[in-house]
Design a protein around this ligand. Structure first.
Ligand code: FBP
Length: 303
């Protein structure tokens, strides 16, 4: 293994160690933080106290990792320079982009939420093809962490191990999307969808079962488990949809592609989208490849 391969492997491992160690703390701190903070994020959304707390914990832990030069989050205007000189014999530097608490509007109703993480080889904003790993934590009835690297996709259960800290056990290895899709979940209001997307949705409704929980991580995890498609599409008054390219769409697209699926903005692969700015939004459609292909055809013909 070359020095730069060693650095990359070490950075990826350290990032997901830090995320796994932080996840139980993020979860344990939720009950007292189901209230709005006094802040707005760069996308103009009111930030919950739990978003702020998760972001601070992750910045502190990820910022300590050797080889990580930048930390960016959906809740911060700019990339934080957390770099120290790499000690593993390589000049390669990595940036980590995080959605600390995806779906935090589910806090009030006590539904699932997650943490999304992308490890980019390069500075941000970057193309999804520059990701070397991505993953998410799902705070469901149990806490799970999905990690995708060049080697494939795995799912771990993360629990607190008392004085020993966090315990992790791999429960699914080499995950691939089931070939016979079962579920779909689409965000946004139906009247706000484009004509092409509405036509596609009408077809899908008679083929698959609706599963929409209002947190991308939870909805994508259903797709990863049962096969199907998740979308937060372009809307009449929001042609770029709602989800952020660097923090949400790219990491999820990377995971789904590694699991044998596809991810599109409606016309091209999400991972090929050229970023213009850190907080840009993008329509996201992810799932089994044949469904994403059909979606692209429908969106194209019905603009
Ligand atoms: P946050 O990261 O600010 O929570 O927003 C993202 C998100 O919550 C996604 O997880 C989810 O898919 C979408 O917004 C839900 O939006 P809506 O409430 O419009 O269905």
């Amino acid at each position: 293994m070359s020095g730069s391969d060693r650095l990359e492997a070490s950075v990826i491992e350290s990032v997901f160690d830090a995320v796994a160690e932080t996840a139980p703390e993020i979860r344990a701190a939720l009950p007292g933080r189901r209230v709005e903070s006094d802040r707005e994020n760069p996308s103009g959304e009111t930030v919950m106290a739990a978003d702020v707390h998760a972001d601070e914990l992750l910045e502190e832990r990820i910022g300590l990792i050797d080889g990580v030069s930048g930390y960016a989050s959906e809740e911060r205007e700019t990339v934080v320079d957390v770099g120290s000189e790499p000690k593993l014999g390589s000049e390669s530097r990595y940036a980590v982009a995080v959605d600390p608490l995806d779906g935090s509007s589910n806090l009030r109703s006590n539904n699932a939420m997650g943490t999304v993480v992308g490890v980019y080889d390069g500075s941000l904003p970057a193309r999804g093809r520059d990701l070397v790993a991505a993953g998410y934590v799902l705070y469901g009835p149990i806490t799970t962490m999905v990690v995708a690297t060049a080697d494939g996709v795995r799912e771990e259960v993360v629990t607190r191990g008392g004085d020993e800290g966090v315990e992790r056990s791999v429960v699914r290895e080499s995950i691939s999307l089931p070939s016979d899709p079962v579920v779909y979940g689409f965000g946004g209001r139906v009247p706000d969808w484009t004509d092409g997307f509405r036509v596609f949705a009408r077809e899908i409704e008679s083929e698959l079962k609706l599963r929409y929980g209002g947190a991308m991580v939870g909805d994508v995890n259903q797709v990863l488990t049962y096969g199907g498609i998740f979308a937060y599409p372009a809307l009449a008054d929001a042609p770029n949809g709602k989800l952020r390219l660097q923090f949400e769409a790219n990491p999820i697209a990377f995971i789904i592609e590694r699991a044998g699926g596809a991810a599109s903005d409606g016309t091209e692969a999400i991972l090929d989208v050229d970023p213009e700015e850190l907080h840009q939004r993008v329509p996201l459609h992810v799932g089994n490849e044949q469904l994403v292909d059909r979606l692209e055809a429908a969106v194209e013909s019905g603009q």
